[in-house]
Design a binder for this molecule. Sequence first.
Ligand SMILES: [Zn+2]
Length: 246
Amino acid sequence: MELVNSTWPEADAAGTSLAVLPVGSTEQHGPHAVLGTDVFTAGAVARAGIEESDRDPVLGPTIPVGIAAEHREFAGTLWVSEDTFRAYVRETCESLLAHGWDRIVLVNGHGGNVAALRELCGTISRSGEGYAVPFTWFDAVDAADISGEAIEMGHGGPVETSVLEHLGGEHVRPAEYDRAAAGAAERWGDWQSGVNLAYDSSEFSESGVVGDPREGSAELGAALLDAAAESLAALLDTVARRERPD
Ligand SMILES: [Zn+2]
């Protein structure tokens, strides 16, 4: 049951303690992929995982703005501070708990949100009020294994571009793929002695991209989404059954 498309009596009748909350980001993904990439991928993985699952969790709205100051040099990127993000997402979860949906899986689409989500889910779980875990979809799939190529996550690279192509053409601009690749970095960051010297993606990527979007395909996107959905469905089942710590 998707909350934004339901009435309060329908929500009241949801016979579950399980909730899914997608978390995205509105940020540059190169000249070829839309700013809402992480919003669309997180929402798509959440829906596909629920579809794949025998559980029938409540689905919350996708959080649209995250921790993304690292992309601030590129037009259209939005961000909030880590403190604001942690408080906002935690309080959103607390309102889910108040309605009895006290087992929450956050489906995340953005790397910059990972540490804060882990922290806030720990805070919720240690409070004894509920149990929450973050699921970052691209950490749950092995793109190299699925594609048979040496493909890494990157940023606006083949993994995300493939999923966007699968979701529908309006999310990508194929005419810009060459420009995206020409200005892309091969890896995230600027490294010395195990330290990433760069704070912003503009310091190491001219187009904002890491990886080559031309290595992706809609078929790969479908396979990645299937794998993420299967992984999320297994997690939903485990979270629904897991004994809560005292
Ligand atoms: Zn992304």
